[in-house]
Design a binder for this molecule. Structure first.
Ligand SMILES: *[C@@H]1O[C@H](CO)[C@@H](O)[C@H](O)[C@H]1NC(C)=O
Ligand SMILES: *[C@@H]1O[C@H](CO)[C@@H](O)[C@H](O)[C@H]1NC(C)=O
Length: 982
């Protein structure tokens, strides 16, 4: 073990950690007692009880009534007042309602509470908190798509007691707003797709004055003893004003303020989304029963140590976006709320219900959304295609950033590369063993005693020398910067405190908690001044030892606080603007990444006016974080089931607008067997974010240490990734303009094929028809792959032919990745082995034409400098390759739509980049005996005319396709040309 022999490793700090976080010793699995169940979370328990009462009482009527006289509709926005009747009282609570209809076809229902809105409430505990419900999640999450529709109109054909609004593309959507009780039905083409409050579970906990109870009912730090309920709907008040968990008491200056809504999807059997959780892509029911969860899915960003398989427990990030899918129809909702949230899911058989039209789809899925505070704010997407829903959601929350090219190649990480010499040594060894990699990472130990923005002078005396060595092969360094600041005499902490930029506790004093450095403070990224200050810290003259090839990893930003409730911050902490931590918890982590993004932009702009795209990896995230970088699934384990579970997790991120996702290759905790490590690289080669990582207690496992045959097989997996980088980068480009997932589950690609809706262990890469099902089980020598369509599929490596639909069996000995090519696509590759992706910049291309039933094929390539924002000024190549069967010809067409002032210069740099090979898989038998193809270039067509270039023909043998190769057709990747094969 290298680690033990490195004398300068900072053991003191590790001991410190062990002392403060008892959980650092590897345990078997998550400590459930550290995290709340619904029953231990006051507002969740109250709302589940509310649901139970509502659903068990046949006379139950939701007490929310839209006052018809208040309803106004003006320019795409409906407003009104929903009155909440207080049971057994004459009191009425006024809840302002807004229903907005956007140009995109998205609708939005928002409900606030008038008294809190106007600040007409009293705070308890002498709190300095704001009186309003939090309404600024939008500020962080929403960046577009909110142009109000001018076409939306109230419908004349209105039944008594409803208001109808017709909206959306072609006026195909309709919102039927029911007045009493309040509810909304969303229809598409006259058919109801989504219903709000149809089960009557909507609940907006209104402000009320605390009535002091006799003393003996409650002791400090204990749950209150609830008085015997005397009314039918007696509410459980025990958690209204204070709530304790794990020895910490949360004080609630505004009292109970949860918001909840039931949302039904009639006829929809599957729901997906609400990342991040472990378990299947198609979400499970949550109210108990065989094979079901018994707790709701929870969203409360937390550092869940050794999280468990197939669980609704919260993880590090939250995307409160859910899609429902049935045959040929997808719809969705987005619950914009940054507070702790729970979602119950149940399914009901509705065979008697004529609404469930789809054949065999006799199921209605019901979701019950519950958040602790904030306003009720729900967006509705009516599809009908999966991409319509994901596209509308990402139009609102932003598309994934077009990443730097290096960042979609392979990353090598471990906790920790212990010295700068260690980093250099790993770098040299990758070269010595001819294994490609692009980035090496430093975890927390590089710092001087966990003081971020410093280097340990003993172990990292020469960071610049180290970075320069990496730069020789265009490699990068990613260094970790966490949000906790060591509470010690060091300039960053001194400035943070003296400038008043830290998060405060409920008394308004600087909050101190424990994290890696011991006592820590936290920068309050909600404060614009704090963000400005944070920006300065990344300048090259401030963060000495960094240079242009250094990028950043934001970890622990849930935020993780070792001695905090549920390992995070107390909910009654106060942020800038007087918001409680309770209100903003789930967006909190993304504010740090946002500040870091801005900092890195500023760093390079100041240096040489060069606009470089920042690269940041984050552990915590919220809707919108996709605009700023990549995420990974946190601290997983080196175990086979964890390898399998990573696939649905990454797929789930992809359909949630955040496709730049991956899991730690090899598993963070524990030592993988060589077989597991090898298989993990084969899966990892398909993670959009591809990084090997390992815990400090594990043995070294850089790929070159694996020995034969593992080393060679891992290298092949890495080379596969590198060779397909043109396809990956194009898929990222597509995601960056449309929100489309990069790894695509079956329901997305084949929305009409019911057999595929639950499949989450195989997937397609981008729009290339590349269907992968890497092995995730020990000793598995063959893999069943489900083919959804009537099409020919070919083995990627040896062109073995399979016919869909149906299940086919593909051999999968250790050296094989089951990977098929669907007929009808053209796949761009770069096949020359290099040390890093940067060194492939001017490499020639190979185009693989895959011919299926139609005899036609098509594929797109997007290319730019891979690092700057020059593509926004036209510096890119965007081509479509079209093969037409009827004329046996391949054309390269220009897709570039926005030439700009940098187009010409960029094309000049690429003018010698050629197509070096064209492979036609499934080439027609009629080509047999042919030896030439005819090449004509767009520019030269008039003058020199066509040229003949040799073609090789390969006859079909035992189950494999016939194929043809044209070597060096003499055409450039960035220009127009035509090749006639017959
Ligand atoms: C939220 O988490 C960040 C880390 O991501 C931490 O610095 C901060 O203290 C917390 N609050 C805010 C508002 O940034
Ligand atoms: C970060 O937040 C600021 C302020 O809300 C916003 O202007 C900026 O666009 C955000 N950056 C990104 C990359 O989303």
């Amino acid at each position: 073990m290298k680690l033990a022999s490195t004398a300068s490793f900072n053991w003191t700090s590790l001991l410190l950690i062990v002392a403060f976080c008892s959980f650092i010793t590897p345990a078997v699995s998550v400590k459930h007692e550290n995290f709340k169940t619904c029953d231990q979370s006051g507002f969740c328990k109250r709302n589940r009880a509310y649901a139970d009462t509502a659903l068990s009482d046949s006379k139950w009527e939701s007490p929310y009534i839209l006052d018809q006289s208040t309803v106004r509709f003006d320019q795409g926005i409906l407003t009104g007042i929903v009155n909440k009747k207080i049971i057994n009282s004459d009191e009425i609570v006024r809840l302002p309602l807004t229903v907005a209809f956007y140009e995109s076809g998205t609708a939005r229902v928002s409900i606030d509470e008038e008294k809190r809105q106007k600040g007409e409430i009293e705070l308890r505990h002498n709190s300095k908190a704001k009186k309003q419900r939090y309404n600024e999640a939008e500020k962080w999450a929403i960046v577009g798509g909110t142009t109000v529709s001018t076409g939306a109109a109230t419908s004349k054909d209105t039944d008594a007691g409803t208001t109808k609004v017709v909206y959306g593309p072609g006026s195909k959507f309709e919102a039927v707003i029911r007045h009493s009780p309040f509810g909304v039905d969303f229809k598409r083409d006259g058919e109801t797709q989504i219903r709000f409050n149809d089960r009557g579970l909507m609940n907006v906990e209104h402000w009320r004055k605390q009535v002091e109870k006799p003393k003996e009912e409650k002791k400090e730090g204990e749950e209150a003893v609830v008085a015997e309920p005397d009314k039918e709907m007696a509410e459980d008040e025990s958690t209204w004003w204070d709530e304790s968990f794990g020895g910490a008491t949360d004080t609630k200056p505004r009292g109970p303020e949860a918001v909840a809504l039931d949302v039904s999807f009639p006829g929809y059997q599957h729901v997906y989304g609400i990342a991040e959780h472990t378990g299947p892509l198609s979400l499970k029911e949550t109210r108990g029963g065989e094979g079901k969860h018994s707790d709701p899915y929870r969203l409360h960003n937390s550092d869940v140590f050794e999280y468990e398989e197939d669980s609704p427990m919260t993880l590090y990030g939250s995307i409160p976006f859910m899609q429902a899918h049935k045959k040929d129809s997808t719809v969705g909702v987005f619950w914009l709320n940054a507070a702790e949230t729970w979602i119950d899911i149940t399914k009901q058989s509705t065979s008697a219900n004529p609404l469930s039209l789809g054949v065999g789809s006799a199921t209605t899925t019901q979701a019950h959304w519950i958040s602790e505070s904030g306003i009720l704010d729900m967006f509705v997407f009516l599809g009908p295609k999966p991409q319509d829903v994901i596209g509308a959601y990402t139009e609102l929350t932003g598309y994934t950033q077009l990443p730097q090219h290096f960042s979609i190649a392979y990353h090598q990480c471990r906790w920790n590369y212990v010295t700068d010499e260690d980093v250099r040594d790993v770098d040299r060894k990758f070269d010595k063993h001819n294994i490609p990699y692009d980035v090496i990472w430093l975890d927390i130990e590089y710092t001087d005693g966990k003081k971020y923005f410093t280097w340990d002078p003993m172990t990292f005396p020469d960071p610049i020398g180290m970075n320069e060595q990496l730069d020789e092969h265009e490699r990068k360094l990613v260094a970790i910067i966490d949000p906790h600041i060591k509470n010690d005499n060091y300039p960053v902490n001194d400035e943070l405190k003296s400038k008043g930029l830290a998060v405060n506790n409920k008394e308004g004093n600087i909050y101190e908690g424990w994290c890696w450095p011991g006592s820590s403070t936290w920068v309050d990224c909600f404060n614009p001044k704090a963000r400005e200050w944070w920006k300065g810290l990344f300048r090259y003259d401030k963060f000495k030892g960094t240079m242009k090839n250094v990028w950043i990893w934001n970890d622990m930003n849930e935020p993780s606080v070792f001695n905090g409730p549920e390992t995070t911050m107390p909910k009654d902490n106060l942020h800038y603007g007087g918001w409680e931590h309770r209100d903003i918890h789930n967006v909190n982590g993304s504010t740090l990444v946002n500040a870091t993004f801005d900092a890195l932009l500023a760093r390079d702009k100041e240096e040489d006016k060069h606009n470089v795209r920042p690269f940041i990896l984050t552990r915590s995230f919220y809707s919108g974080s996709q605009r700023m970088g990549a995420m990974w699934t946190g601290d997983n384990q080196a175990a086979w089931p964890r390898l399998a579970e990573s696939i649905p997790m990454v797929l789930s991120m992809g359909i949630s607008g955040f496709p730049f996702a991956g899991a730690d290759v090899g598993g963070f905790f524990g030592n993988p067997s060589k077989e597991l490590l090898t298989r993990w690289y084969q899966v990892g080669a398909f993670y959009p974010f591809f990084r090997g990582h390992a815990h400090i207690d594990t043995r070294r496992r850089e790929p070159y240490l694996a020995g034969d045959p593992y080393k060679a097989i891992i290298t092949q997996a890495l080379r596969l990734r590198y060779s397909l980088l043109p396809a990956w980068y194009t898929a990222f480009h597509e995601a960056s303009v449309s929100g489309a997932p990069i790894l695509r589950p079956h329901y997305y690609v084949h929305p009409g094929d019911e057999k595929g809706f639950g499949i989450d262990d195989q997937f397609y890469l981008g729009s290339y028809g590349l269907l992968a099902k890497p092995v995730t089980k020990e000793g598995q020598e063959a893999q069943d792959i489900y083919l959804a369509d009537k099409e020919t599929y070919f083995d990627y490596f040896d062109y073995w032919t399979y016919e869909g639909p149906g299940t086919v069996n593909v051999a999968s000995p250790l050296e094989n990745i089951p990977l098929l090519m669907q007929g009808g696509h053209i796949i761009p590759r770069r096949d020359r082995p290099r040390r890093s992706s940067g060194l492939m910049r001017y490499d020639p291309f190979t185009l693989v034409i895959v011919l299926g039933h139609s005899g036609d094929a098509e594929g797109v390539l997007y290319l730019d400098d891979g690092e700057s924002f020059d593509f926004q000024e036209g510096a890119y190549i965007h081509r479509r390759f079209v093969y037409t069967g009827s004329t046996s010809s391949l054309m390269s067409e220009d897709l570039a739509t926005t030439p700009g002032r940098k187009t010409k210069d960029y094309l000049k740099t690429m003018e010698n980049v050629r197509v070096e090979k064209i492979i036609v898989v499934g080439a027609p038998a009629s080509w047999k005996g042919k030896t030439e193809v005819e090449v004509s270039e767009e520019q030269a067509r008039q003058s020199s005319g066509a040229r003949m270039v040799p073609m090789e023909w390969h006859e079909q043998v035992e189950g494999k396709a016939s194929w043809a190769v044209v070597r060096d057709p003499g055409v450039q990747i960035g220009s127009g040309w035509k090749i006639a094969f017959a």
